[in-house]
Structures are given as structure tokens and as C-alpha cells.
Design a protein around this ligand. Structure first.
Ligand SMILES: [Zn+2]
Length: 355
């Protein structure tokens, strides 16, 4: 029944018919008497006739067979992917029929089926995906990171800190005087615009560490203060973290991660919310090597400009590296990607500041 039959120059093809009045499909026979410009649809209940030139052909796309549409939402769906040959013939004979000009659309489906086109479209999709992921999303993340309003940054920072406090951090044991003195040193030597807010916490599993949150908060652990032999070493680490803040690294990275999640959701059809996933993305985050280099650049320039000897940064990096080597197991267990040791202070990084 699926193949067109031919008798007395009447061409007949089974179709699915939508009459435009209800959304219900009807099983029907579509027929055409050669030489006329009428298309006849016969259902169990009625016979409908349409002028061929009013029709419009929609080519097959993916798994959807071709269809002919008429005004007033009338739609005739073919039951298989191939256009009946008689319909092609009608189109070829009478170039007045405007839907025949749509015939090429039907070809799209045929191309889709050819191995060359399948391979080509896979290659295209992969390349397109690569460009989107490699360039599109980071560019979007950068734009978004700089465009987010102040109160959103505040909220994101507060949420991330709350999550950190819940999972890793404890109140600092440093005296208020010591905390204030370090804050004053920071304000005097490092402070950038917009201004940052230094807070202190016991790091626990995070050990000697410092990290910046989107609202401009820099968290410094007691352990980092304990590990330093000179306050300038702490300031050097803070200069590096200020660099991360100035370039909005945390936000850019978190938005990138969250966007990839949303992209996956778009593909898999699950639903979620970009903004709500950012604080979580911040927690498990590792900075890219490029971001670390940028933050180092920032610290390098700032320390040079303000006359802070560069070796303070490399001095503490060396000690941080030793400490993180020793504590590696604990950190791995915590599941936390330690900001400062994301990319362990490589010899190259240390060497640069040693000079
Ligand atoms: Zn860093």
C-alpha cells in the first residue's frame, strides 16, 4: 500500500491528511488525474480537492517525511521518505506550480542520507563544537563576567564563601590586630580597583592557601600566614590573587564550566539554571595554566611597580610546593582542587620571580 499505484492515468498515493480544522490526522488516498491541476484527497468520510498551484512542498528533514501544505493549515504528509515519482513528474511538466520550486528541499534529505554528507556533517559538527567550546563559550564567559552587575557578584561571592565555610574552612585563630595589620599592608602595597576585601580562615585540609571570590573577597588561610617568613611573601600571594580578580578569572572559569553544563543540558534536554550552578563550579575549580600565567604577570608588574622585591613570591612558592607535596594525599581525599597548587609552582614560575 505504500507504493503509488497507477491506473488509467490516475496516480494514487496513501497519505496522512490534516484538514486544518482539527489536529487529528486522517488516513487518506491522494490522487491526481494526469493533465489536470487538481489534487484529490479521499478519506473514509469525505473527498477534498485542492488546486495544485496553491500547494507548497516541504522536503523531508531528518526522519520527517515530505509534506504538501495548502492554505488554512491543510497538510498532506507522505508516508515514506521518497516523493512519489508521479508527483515529481507533475512538477517537472508544469513550472507554474510554485511548490515545485521547493523540490530542492527534498534533496536535503537525500543528501543527508549519502555517506559523504554524513561524514561531512559529522566533521562539520565536531569542528563547530570545537570552535564553540574552545572560543565561543570562553568569549561568552568573559563578556558575561564583566557585564554581571555588582549585586550578582556579591551574591555569587557570598554563596561560594558559604559553601567553602561549610565544607573546608574554620574561623581564623589569628588575632584581630594581626588580621588588621595584614589588611593595612595589603591596602598600602597591593590594593587595586575595584577594592578587595581580605578575610582570614583556618584552611584545614586546604592548608596554606589563598583564593579570590567573585565579589572581590580574597580568602587567606592561617596556614599561609604561618608558612610565610615575611609579610611581603603574603602580599606577593595576594598580588597574584588580585590578578585573578582583576581579570575576573574565577567568574570566567565558572561561567565557562556552567555554560558547558547548560550546553550539555541543551543537548540532553535536562533543565537547570546557569547562575545557580556557578557557586558549585567555583568550589571544584582549577584555573587554566593561562590564567595562572596572567595572574603571575599581574603580580610581577605590580610588585615591580611598587618596589616589592620579586623573590618574595618565589620564596613562598617554593615553600608552598614543599608543603603541598607533603599534604598531597589529604588534599586528594578532600576532593578540593587547591587554587595555589592547581598547577604546582613549576620551576619556570619560581625562576621568573627569583631573579
Ligand atoms: Zn593562581
Amino acid at each position: 500500500m505504500n507504493e503509488p499505484t497507477q491506473s488509467n492515468a490516475v496516480m494514487t498515493t496513501p497519505v496522512r491528511f490534516y484538514d486544518g480544522r482539527t489536529s487529528r490526522p486522517y488516513d487518506a488516498l491522494m490522487s491526481h488525474v494526469q493533465g489536470t491541476d487538481v489534487l484529490t484527497i479521499q478519506t473514509d468520510a469525505a473527498i477534498h480537492q485542492f488546486a495544485l498551484q496553491d500547494g507548497r512542498l516541504r522536503g523531508a528533514i531528518g526522519q520527517t517525511p515530505p509534506a504538501i501544505e495548502f492554505p488554512n493549515e491543510v497538510r498532506i504528509e507522505l508516508l515514506n521518505m521518497n516523493l512519489p515519482s508521479w508527483l515529481n513528474d507533475v512538477g517537472q511538466r508544469d513550472s507554474k506550480l510554485n511548490w515545485i520550486k521547493q523540490l530542492w528541499l527534498h534533496k536535503v534529505w537525500q543528501w543527508e542520507r549519502s555517506p559523504t554528507w554524513i561524514v561531512a556533517s559529522i566533521i562539520f559538527t565536531v569542528l563547530f563544537g570545537f570552535v564553540v567550546v574552545r572560543y565561543g563559550i570562553p568569549a561568552f564567559a568573559t563578556q558575561t563576567a564583566y557585564a554581571l552587575p555588582e549585586h550578582t557578584l556579591d551574591n555569587l561571592g557570598k554563596q561560594a564563601l558559604a559553601q567553602f565555610d561549610e565544607s573546608f574552612l574554620k574561623p581564623s585563630h589569628l588575632s584581630v590586630q594581626r588580621q588588621n595589620q595584614l589588611r593595612q599592608d595589603y591596602d598600602h602595597w597591593i590594593k587595586g580597583t575595584p577594592s578587595q576585601n581580605i578575610i582570614f580562615r583556618e584552611g584545614g585540609l586546604l592548608g596554606a592557601n589563598a583564593f579570590a571570590l567573585p565579589d572581590g573577597t580574597i580568602v587567606v588561610t592561617d596556614e599561609l600566614v604561618g608558612l610565610s617568613k615575611q609579610d611581603f611573601e603574603i602580599l606577593a600571594v595576594l598580588a597574584h590573587e588580585t590578578g585573578h580578580l582583576a581579570r575576573r578569572h574565577a567568574l570566567r572559569q565558572a561561567i565557562t564550566g556552567a555554560s558547558l553544563g547548560v550546553l550539555m543540558i541543551a543537548i540532553t534536554g535536562d533543565s537547570s539554571d546557569l547562575m545557580s550552578s556557578i557557586p558549585t563550579a567555583l568550589i571544584g575549580m582549577t584555573y587554566s595554566r593561562g590564567f595562572e600565567r596572567e595572574a603571575d604577570d599581574y603580580a610581577y608588574q605590580l610588585m615591580t611597580a611598587r618596589g616589592i622585591p620579586l623573590h618574595y613570591f618565589s620564596d613562598i612558592l617554593v615553600r608552598l610546593e614543599q608543603q603541598h607535596e607533603a599534604k598531597k594525599g589529604d588534599l586528594a581525599k578532600s576532593g578540593f582542587k587547591d587554587y595555589l597548587s592547581t598547577h604546582p609552582p613549576t620551576a619556570e614560575r619560581i625562576l621568573r620571580f627569583k631573579k
